[in-house]
Structure formats: C-alpha cells, structure tokens
Ligand binder design. Structure first.
Ligand SMILES: NC(=O)c1ccc[n+]([C@@H]2O[C@H](COP(=O)([O-])OP(=O)(O)OC[C@H]3O[C@@H](n4cnc5c(N)ncnc54)[C@H](OP(=O)(O)O)[C@@H]3O)[C@@H](O)[C@H]2O)c1
Length: 337
C-alpha cells in the first residue's frame, strides 16, 4: 500500500511516500481502507518532536473509510461499513496517512450511509476535544444532545478554529446560547456560519463588556484556546459554578488566575488533553459526537464555517505545513488521490 512514513522527528520534509505491505488486523482490530485523513496541529507537533520507530511511523490521528477486514474477536458484520476513525496513531504505528490503517475496533465509529467521508475525517480530535470542554464542569451535563445545554451560555474563544468550530456546532446542537470570539470580520463570518448566536471581534471590541451585555450574570462554560492571553477576561465573565476548559498551550506559557474573584462563583478551571481524558468521558464523547452526526447537526465546509483544504496523499508534507501555518478551516488528505 502507499503510505506516508517518517523515521526521524523533524520538519515536514521527513515525511516520505513509501510502499508498505498491507497491514493485517490483529486480535480486536479492524483494517480500514482509508478515504480521507484529517490533519490537526497534534500531527505536526508529534512529527516534530515524537520518537518514531525504526520501521517508520505513519502520521495523523483522524480519518474515515471503509472497514475491509476484522481481526480475531471482532464481529465480521463490520466489514463493508463506512466509519470514522479516532486516535489511529496514538501510541501506535498506523496513522491514517496511508491507503489502509489498522486500529482497535473501538476506535472506528459507524458513519452511516449519508455523512460524507470528508466530514468523518474532520471529527476525531476537534470534536472529541470540544465535547470534553463542553461537559467538564460541575454545572454542565455529562452528555450532549438536543436540550442538554438549554438555558446555558457558552463562550468559545477562537470560534473560527477547528476546535472552536466543533464547540460551536456541538453547543448549538445541545441548544446553548453561543458567544464566539474571533480576530477579523472574515473569521466572524465563519463563526456565525458555524451557528454562533453572537460573535465578538476581540481585536476591535471589549470582550468583557460585550459578553456582560448579552449575559449579565456571566457564562456557564468557556472553551479556551489561548488561556495565557485570555485568563483575565475569562475570570471576569465566568458565571456562578461556571467552568473554563483550557485545551491549548503556546510553548511553555503559564496562566495567571485571580483567586479571590474566582472563589465567589466557585469557578472551575479545567485542563483538557483529549488523549488522556477519563475513559468514560471519551466513550460518551464518541457516542455523542456520532449522535450529532447522525442527527445532521454537524457539518463541514465553508457553509459550516469550516472551509476544506484537500491535498493528495503525496502532498501530506504540504498539508502538515498548511496546518502549522495556521490554515483557516480543515485540512484533509484525499488518500485515494
Ligand atoms: N488539549 C487537546 O486535547 C487539544 C485538542 C485539539 C487541539 N489542541 C490544540 O489547540 C490548538 C488549536 O487547535 P485547532 O485545531 O483548533 O487550531 P486552529 O484551527 O488553528 O485554531 C486556532 C484558533 O485559535 C484562535 N486564537 C489564537 N489566539 C487567540 C486569542 N488570543 N483569543 C481567541 N482566539 C485565539 C485563532 O484565531 P485568531 O488567531 O484569528 O484569533 C484560531 O482560530 C492547537 O494548539 C492544538 O494543538 C489541543
């Protein structure tokens, strides 16, 4: 099979198009014929600093495709099913930047007949992270679904990002009021297209003032991409029993949280790393994200605030560079091209 591999950490140039034997699914695993591979910041960060094995690491966690074979102990009824894949390359060799991958059966999720493979490959890391951020709070529900966040207000910092877009879509599906921040009018259009109820340009407007105008008692949840920059704002707009979910870091930057003002609302500051979230939360996240997909509540493309940028498999290095350069929208690899 054609596969992208790397044997040393480094820049995108370490990614090589190679020819590998077709991988056999082991016990509990499935082999998927990959349609699209999704690229996330974690993929280039792992490529830059990770420790690939001598046989070569295939990059990229997210993907979509068709189950082609099952290993011992896996129900053969899965063969032929369209699926999306999460965390394929997490502590495993076979990421999704290849014509085939093998993953544990629990890491493929039935996509059904209608949702596109492009959508399937855009789900894993961003949507599971967003789900965790929207549920990791004392006054938040464990599960998302229609009505789960009715009457609640969510602030999504960076609403035009991939995780930000997912947080807007999932929160709106759950009937929250969503306020998104962005840095430009173009990004404001994307956040609105994703479904944000209110959009604030944090470069032009006073975020605290604007949020307090919309929700005087503060917000219930904050999905935070830039805590080092935004902690003071978050501390001022978090409401009673609200939770700030911090899922991104810039280098080694820390975060300063005012203690006294955060005691009064019993605010929770919650750190999130999708790979290491509690197993039960992950399982619920997978189920809920798939329910949103089957509900038709989750979309990709410019109309959904997530423009697609599709590269052929041989250009995986270019795709990684695009993500590292801050591509706006979703970078995908068409593995069949
Ligand atoms: N912890 C986890 O499990 C986890 C999971 C997924 C992603 N991540 C990390 O999360 C980060 C974002 O991932 P992504 O895929 O969403 O990337 P992305 O699509 O590039 O989005 C990043 C967004 O952050 C916004 N942003 C940057 N500074 C901001 C600020 N001060 N205030 C508000 N928004 C700001 C950017 O827009 P502007 O620059 O225009 O504001 C951009 O829209 C990456 O560092 C990634 O590694 C972590």
């Amino acid at each position: 099979m054609r596969a992208i591999t790397y044997t040393q950490p480094g820049g995108p140039e370490v990614l090589q198009l190679t020819d590998l034997p077709l991988p056999e699914p082991g016990p509990g695993e499935v082999r998927v014929r990959v349609a699209f591979s999704g690229v996330n910041p974690t993929d280039w960060k792992t490529r830059s600093t990770g420790r690939p094995g001598p046989d070569g690491q295939i990059p990229n966690q997210d993907g979509s495709g068709t189950v082609e074979a099952v290993g011992q102990g896996v129900d053969p009824v899965l063969v032929g099913e369209r699926v999306w894949i999460w965390e394929a390359a997490h502590q495993r060799r076979f990421g999704t930047a290849a014509e085939y991958t093998v993953v544990p059966a629990r890491q493929v999720v039935l996509l059904g007949a209608v949702p596109t493979f492009e959508l399937g490959a855009a789900l894993g890391i961003p949507f599971l992270t967003a789900h965790r951020c929207l549920t990791a709070g004392e006054s938040l529900p464990d599960r998302l679904g229609p009505g789960a966040l009715a009457g609640r207000t969510v602030l999504v910092q960076g609403g035009a990002g991939a995780v930000g877009n997912a947080a807007i879509q999932l929160a709106r599906w759950a009937d929250a009021t969503v306020i998104a921040t962005v840095s430009s009018p173009q990004k404001a259009q994307l956040a609105a297209a994703a479904g944000a109820t209110h959009v604030i340009d944090y470069r032009q407007q006073d975020v605290v003032h604007e949020v307090r105008k919309i929700v005087p008692h503060g917000v219930d949840a904050i999905v935070e991409v830039a805590a080092a920059q935004n902690a003071a704002v978050d501390a001022e707009v978090i409401g009673l029993h609200g939770a700030v979910a911090i899922y991104a870091a810039t280098g080694d930057q820390g975060v300063t949280i005012p203690i006294r003002s955060q005691m009064r609302p019993n605010a929770r500051w919650q750190f999130v790393l999708v790979y290491e979230e509690p197993e039960r939360a992950k399982a619920i996240g997978v189920e809920d994200v798939n329910a949103a997909v089957l509900d038709g509540a989750v979309r990709v493309g410019g109309d959904a605030g997530l423009p697609l940028h599709v590269f052929p498999l041989a250009d995986t290095a270019v795709a990684h560079q695009a993500v590292e350069d801050g591509a706006v929208g979703k970078v995908l690899i068409d593995v069949t091209a």
